[in-house]
Design a protein around this ligand. Structure first.
Ligand code: KG4
Ligand code: ZN
Length: 345
């Protein structure tokens, strides 16, 4: 069963051809250079860039897999959550291809894609990971921070989520504050800056650490950093860039892992899967590995680097399990984007 999948939820025009869990080909047009100088994603620019590149990305992906649309069995597309006008471009293209080639359409939730990212295989079928339900899926991206009970294929329940900023978003904002510059995305930069820094330099709050639930909150942490920087002069900030970066990362990652541990204990589940752009971070991975080992559990991260961030391969793999259950779009004309779609609705 071959699936052509499309994700235009944010700043990547991503297309993949998958067969079951295997990725036959994938192509991405990244808009990072376009948004970098603005310090974040500019919606109108994003929409236009998706429109300009989507045809070329679709045809290159097909070419790479040495296939054509007639040989594809399904078209899959991310319907949300994400940037509304960006989502719309991918959805329109998917509808067009589905109608033109008479292929059933599968609508996939972007976060569902991040859940399946840990099980995506290369074209040879590696790595091979059995599904042993239930899992705790820990999704840490630029738009979301969620703890999800993944109890069976296509079956999810959100156990905890951020009440304001996502962890990645907070990291992006903090990087701009610490460097006093428009940079985007901040995560990889902050990770590099934090190397060799003193994570105890600044004692930032651990948001929600003591609250008796599985939710997160990051906007206060960013505000706390903002006021600390305001109290000091430029020179102080410049001298302590590494220490500030390490302290901020530590605060974010510690509050993430506190909640993961609480969820593992509360739900008595010690199998964890981690996904989303922030999950590529080495320090975060180390902290999660240590914690899961303490709980005598097992943890999976996305097996290939590209699978941490946004991509269409994970959408294609999630779509495969939806196709198996017959979860296809009944009325293509009625299918709409949903910028705030939840994984468990
Ligand atoms: O999943 P993703 O690519 O897009 C969304 O769906 O949001 O996640 C993007 C987020 C950004 O906030 C970015 O700064 C963060 O992932 N990120 C990182 C690293 N690389 C990307 N955060 C921490 N360390 C990194 N190395
Ligand atoms: Zn994402």
């Amino acid at each position: 069963m071959k699936i052509l999948s499309i994700d235009t939820s944010c700043d990547e025009t991503a297309v993949a051809i998958t067969e079951g869990l295997k990725v036959l080909s994938r192509e991405t047009y990244s808009q990072i250079l376009l948004h970098e100088k603005w310090g974040g994603v500019v919606p109108d620019l994003s929409k236009r860039a998706h429109e300009e590149h989507i045809d070329e990305v679709v045809s290159n992906t097909l070419k790479k897999a040495k296939t054509n649309l007639k040989d594809v069995d399904y078209i899959a597309v991310t319907y949300g959550p994400g940037l509304a006008i960006a989502l719309g471009v991918g959805i329109n293209k998917a509808k067009e291809l589905s109608l033109m080639y008479d292929k059933p359409l599968i609508a996939v939730n972007h976060m569902e894609g991040h859940v399946y990212s840990c099980f995506v295989q290369n074209s040879e079928g590696n790595p091979h990971r059995e599904f042993i339900f239930p899992y705790l899926a820990f999704l840490v991206s630029g738009g979301h921070t969620e703890l999800v009970l993944f109890s069976d294929h296509c079956s999810y329940k959100i156990l905890g989520e951020t009440l304001d900023d996502a962890a990645g978003e907070a990291i992006d904002k903090a990087t701009r504050l610490i460097l006093d510059a428009h940079v985007y995305p901040g995560g990889p930069i902050l990770e590099r800056l934090a190397e060799g820094g003193d994570s105890d330099f600044l004692r930032l709050p651990r948001p929600m650490a003591h609250s008796d639930n599985l939710n997160f909150s990051y906007s206060g942490l960013k505000t706390s950093l903002f006021y600390t920087l305001k109290k000091h002069d430029h020179g102080w900030r410049e001298t302590h860039i590494s220490d500030l970066a390490a302290s901020f990362q530590e605060a974010v990652f510690e509050s993430l892992t506190i909640k993961l541990q609480r969820a593992m204990k509360q739900y008595q589940i010690n199998r964890v899967i981690v996904g989303g752009g922030v999950s590529v971070n080495k320090l975060l991975r180390k902290k999660i590995r240590t914690l899961v080992a303490e709980e005598k559990g097992e943890v999976y991260f996305p097996p290939y680097t590209y699978l941490n961030g946004d991509n269409a391969a994970m959408i294609g793999v999630a779509a495969y399990f939806k196709a198996e259950k017959g979860l296809i779009v009944k009325d293509i004309h009625m299918m709409e984007r949903s910028a705030r779609a939840r994984i468990d609705e």
